[in-house]
Design a binder for this molecule. Structure first.
Ligand code: NAD
Ligand code: ZN
Length: 350
């Protein structure tokens, strides 16, 4: 990112590492819709000559003197969020918010990201995970952000066993939300979206009903399909700020509206007074930033290893070579109809 609205290639020095850190080379990368918010909406403010990207698999190039469990040559999963685990917010159970709101999100926020020939990982023993042998790179590269964020959407939604869930927005994050809702024991799952490729994968991940927000109001369609009752949980994974109104109206008493969407612009976000029972409807909100760290990555890898879901279904566009990063990023911006997620394999033989 050269500045808001402008990307390009830049030369930078190799990052320096501290005793507990690692220097990593990319093995596979993926652009995130958040990179698009950052560059083209200026959502987190201006950034100059910042290396983008926070979704990576890598090969360890160098480790600091105090790193115990990783050595040069190891293939690793690199979480999008790399918290300072000794920070007080981490000790209170919110590692993604260390050193301030969203502070665990370092790559492509306030530190150079992973779209470089080398990148720096803080606290390597706590923030890297070994890439299981034999796992496809297309599947594994979904773990650092897409699975971690989408599954968090389902975890935060407190879904009762057999409960009904609506997932609003079925890009890769919402699709992982659907898979997560199924794994959390949801009964009926509404997927709200229109793109044919995404609806196909939504069904494979567990959606029982597809609702098109382009063919009528989402909340009305969900209320009609549930005899006016609404759903036990809503996961918001796309759309502009008005999507919150759909979510609150479709939610029933005792439900949680679990937001994992990144609202890229505007000063405030709306809530519907009536749909929220004038503030008294027992409809709660949950928010969260993608969980990071080693244990999270290892657990998500087990979900893939033991066949609970196949994240590779989301890798609709696979590029090869470092120089394809720009094309993949622009594809994520344009979002053609057949796209779920572009992936760049840097070098399978690294
Ligand atoms: P995406 O753009 O691929 O998917 C969102 C989809 O929602 C799009 O297909 C869009 O057409 C659709 N949509 C728009 N309006 C809608 C509406 N009213 N109802 C239903 N669907 C609607 O994006 P993605 O890559 O899946 O990411 C989703 C969001 O999650 C982005 O804002 C991204 O920045 C954010 N994100 C958050 C975290 C986190 O830590 N919380 C992590 C990663 C991504
Ligand atoms: Zn992201």
């Amino acid at each position: 990112m050269l500045k808001i609205g402008e990307i390009g290639w830049i030369e930078k020095d190799k990052p320096e590492i501290n005793p507990r850190d690692a220097l990593v080379r990319p093995l596979a990368l993926a652009p995130c819709t958040s990179d698009i918010h950052t560059v083209w909406e200026g959502a987190i403010g201006d950034r100059h000559n910042l290396i983008l990207g926070h979704e990576a698999l890598g090969v360890v190039d160098e480790v600091g003197s105090e790193v115990k469990d990783f050595k040069p040559g190891d293939r690793v999963i690199v979480p999008a969020i790399t918290p300072d685990w000794d920070n007080e917010a981490a000790q209170r159970g919110f590692p993604s918010q260390t050193t301030g709101p969203l502070g665990g999100w370092k790559f492509s926020n306030f530190k150079d990201g992973v779209f470089g020939e080398y990148f720096h990982v803080n606290l390597a023993d706590a923030n890297l995970a070994h890439l299981p042998e034999g796992m496809s790179l297309e599947a594994a590269v979904m773990i650092p952000d897409m699975l971690s964020t989408g599954f968090m959407g389902a975890e935060n939604a407190n879904i009762p066993m057999g409960g009904t869930v609506a997932v609003l927005g079925i890009g890769p994050v919402g699709l992982a939300g659907i898979a997560g809702a199924k794994l959390q024991g949801a009964g009926r799952i509404f997927a709200v979206g229109t793109r044919p490729k995404a609806t196909e994968v939504a069904k494979k991940y567990g959606a029982t009903d597809i609702i098109s927000y382009k063919e009528g109001a989402t909340d009305e369609q969900i209320l009609e399909a549930t005899d006016g009752e609404g759903v036990d949980a809503v996961i918001i994974a796309g759309g502009g700020s008005d999507i919150i109104l759909d979510a609150v109206r479709a939610a029933k008493a005792g439900s949680i509206v679990s937001n994992i969407n990144y609202f890229g612009n505007g000063e405030t976000l709306p809530i519907c007074r009536e749909g929220w029972g004038f503030g008294m409807a027992d409809k709660d909100f949950a928010t969260g930033l993608c969980p990071g760290g080693r244990v999270r990555m290892e657990r998500l890898a087990d979900i893939v290893t033991y066949g609970r879901m196949d994240p590779a279904l989301m890798a609709t566009h696979v590029f090869h070579g470092f120089d394809k990063i720009e094309e993949a990023l622009l594809l994520m911006k344009e979002k053609p109809k057949d796209l779920i997620k572009p992936v760049v394999i840097i070098d399978e033989n690294l």
